[in-house]
Design a protein around this ligand. Structure first.
Ligand SMILES: Nc1ncnc2c1ncn2[C@@H]1O[C@H](COP(=O)(O)OP(=O)(O)O)[C@@H](O)[C@H]1O
Ligand SMILES: [Mg+2]
Length: 547
């Protein structure tokens, strides 16, 4: 798998120079009667550290064990084992809410698949793509094309090495005074090899006689048997030709640039790269809904019809999504092809989250750094948050950091509650910070009204203040209808709460209130340079009462 999720490397083997390293330089800095330090860090260091290995609680860490996902993992394995038999596995669609272990399980399974395929020398490649990052057809295809080109090059290098070993063996064989030809000895050679070698005229099929020619000569080969005995090659020249052909193939691969080519050219390079060798290819598209949302279903359409055109290889797709609704936007053919098998990842309940946290905390924390109620509370909070293991782990890590910062010896309930508030506030800050300017102005208008003690704010009032704010910073003024939409969006993001109330014969209106901490939110808005230019907002709000 190409996506690198390797464990944190330790720095054990850092070399220190005993003679003129640390000790001397410390003495030097201590020259004079000045203290070498004023103890800025001493207090912090003296507190008993809480963490043994904090990395284990980070999202980037891939756990070796995934409790409560055995069923899902086994189901994936049952489907994918086909790849190890040289058959095409069904496509799989995996879905479940965020933090239900989809990515972790899929990566676990693909690692196992790749290592087993190596163990039994079955050609099988898994490619992982996160479509939240790689979110257009061009980028997905380009990334895949380049990955497979890389793999093909590596394969060619291995084959050439093996062939060169054969040549060397041949050399030695001749030095021992034997004859050039294989003197009819390839009885033990697989007859199909000869066939495939004989038909090996097109560059397409250069990959066919792979496994035999790729194997390194055994002792047997260098001994009495002719070194080319169990190969499809009749003589030295044939081996050399083969090496040349492989090198030529390698030269012909052209990496796809990250922009600029027409998409069909990218597709065709990708197609050829996949088809270069006989193998089963599993393409894992994580956050596949993001790809469909951003660029439609062309990529999936192209990938799912590939198998009918591939000659040497087979492709199987695993799509991973946080919700199933995206399939409504798929071409029916794509939908049925992608959803051949579906695996659901249900939310974890509080007990399951406890197990997950317990597994990790044994490694993450020092002996008795955790008080008893911490894990159950983290689990309970995260279970309310749709059973999200990521949230549970964040809570536990943040609680630990807060405890560490306050120099507590153990993490207690209080730290978990603080962590919960901090994470929630961080979320709000991030959401508000990344709002488009127009939404920020609408939100700012709501904040100004609240700060002036206006309750049950309605859309018209928001619009009036919003308009003045726009004029103040020379921004376009949207229609009241658009502003109403923006208010609904803020509602969906959980930043404001807008309820529709009936005003009898005056129709219906929205009553809007802020659902996030007002001062922090205002501070985030004012950190936007455009909004911070509005000096005195008081008159606008006054004006509301004059209207
Ligand atoms: N069953 C589990 N056991 C241990 N850790 C888990 C488990 N499920 C999820 N996690 C952890 O929770 C976090 C979120 O999981 P992830 O697989 O990224 O969720 P998803 O892809 O469904 O959003 C990751 O850090 C992952 O290691
Ligand atoms: Mg994921």
């Amino acid at each position: 798998m190409s996506d690198d999720n390797s464990e944190p490397t330790r720095t054990e083997d850092v070399e220190t120079d005993e003679t003129d390293g640390f000790s001397t330089s410390l003495e030097e800095t201590a020259i004079g009667d000045e203290e070498p330090s004023q103890g800025l860090f001493d207090d912090l260091l003296s507190g008993e550290p809480i963490f043994e290995n904090k990395e284990v609680l980070r999202p980037s860490y891939t756990p070796h064990e995934l409790p409560h996902r055995t069923d899902q993992i086994n189901k994936m394995a049952t489907i994918l084992v086909a790849a190890l038999r040289g058959e095409t596995p069904s496509n799989i669609l995996i879905y479940g809410k965020t933090g239900t272990g989809k990515t972790a399980s899929a990566k676990f399974v693909s690692k196992e698949l790749e290592s087993t395929s190596q163990k039994y020398s079955v050609p099988c490649d898994v490619e992982y793509i996160n479509c939240e990052v790689t979110d257009t057809q061009y980028r997905v295809l380009a990334q895949l094309a380049n990955k497979f080109i890389e793999k093909n090059e590596a394969r060619i290098d291995r084959k050439v090495d093996a062939l060169e070993d054969r040549l060397e063996a041949l050399e030695e064989y001749h030095e021992d005074g034997r004859s050039e030809t294989t003197d009819g000895s390839p009885d033990d050679a697989d007859p199909t090899d000869d066939v495939s070698f004989a038909t090996d005229t097109e560059p397409q099929s250069t990959g066919s006689p792979v496994e035999t020619e790729g194997s390194t000569p055994s002792d047997d080969d260098t001994g009495s048997t002719h070194p080319l005995a169990s190969t499809p090659f009749s003589d030295r020249e044939a081996v050399e030709d083969r090496i040349d052909a492989l090198e030529e193939d390698k030269e012909s691969f052209q990496e796809v640039p990250m922009t600029g080519w027409p998409t069909d050219r990218v597709y065709s390079v990708f197609f050829d790269a996949v088809d270069y060798d006989e193998r089963v290819v599993v393409i894992m598209l994580d956050e596949i809904d993001k790809l469909v949302e951003k660029s439609g279903d062309d990529t999936l359409y192209n990938l799912s019809r590939m198998n009918s055109e591939l000659e040497n290889s087979r492709v199987s797709i695993i799509g991973i999504s946080n919700d199933l609704k995206f399939t409504d936007f798929l071409d029916p053919r794509v939908k049925s092809s992608l959803g051949e098998e579906e695996i659901v990842f249900p939310p974890y309940d509080a007990n399951q989250l406890r197990d997950i946290l317990q597994h990790r905390s044994d490694v993450a924390f020092k002996g008795d750094a955790l008080s008893e109620d911490v894990i159950p509370l983290c689990a309970a909070f995260a279970a309310q948050e749709h059973g999200d293991a990521r949230r549970a782990l964040d809570l536990l890590r943040t609680a630990g950091e807060l405890a560490e910062r306050s120099q507590a010896e153990t993490i207690v309930e209080k730290h978990v509650r603080q962590a919960q508030d901090k994470i929630e506030l961080d979320r709000v800050v991030e959401v508000v910070r990344t709002l488009p300017t127009q939404s920020k102005l609408v939100l700012f208008a709501i904040i100004l009204l609240e700060k002036n003690g206006v309750h049950s704010i309605n859309t018209g009032e928001v619009f009036n203040i919003y308009k003045r704010l726009c004029e103040e910073i020379d921004a376009d003024v949207l229609t009241q209808r658009r502003v109403t939409d923006l208010i609904s969006e803020l509602d969906m993001l959980g930043i404001v709460n807008a309820v529709v109330v009936s005003k009898g014969r005056y129709g219906r209106t929205k009553e809007i209130s802020l659902s996030v901490p007002i001062d922090e939110t205002e501070a985030v808005l004012l950190s936007d340079s455009r909004l911070s230019n509005i000096d005195d907002v008081q008159p606008f709000v006054q004006a509301r009462f004059e209207n």
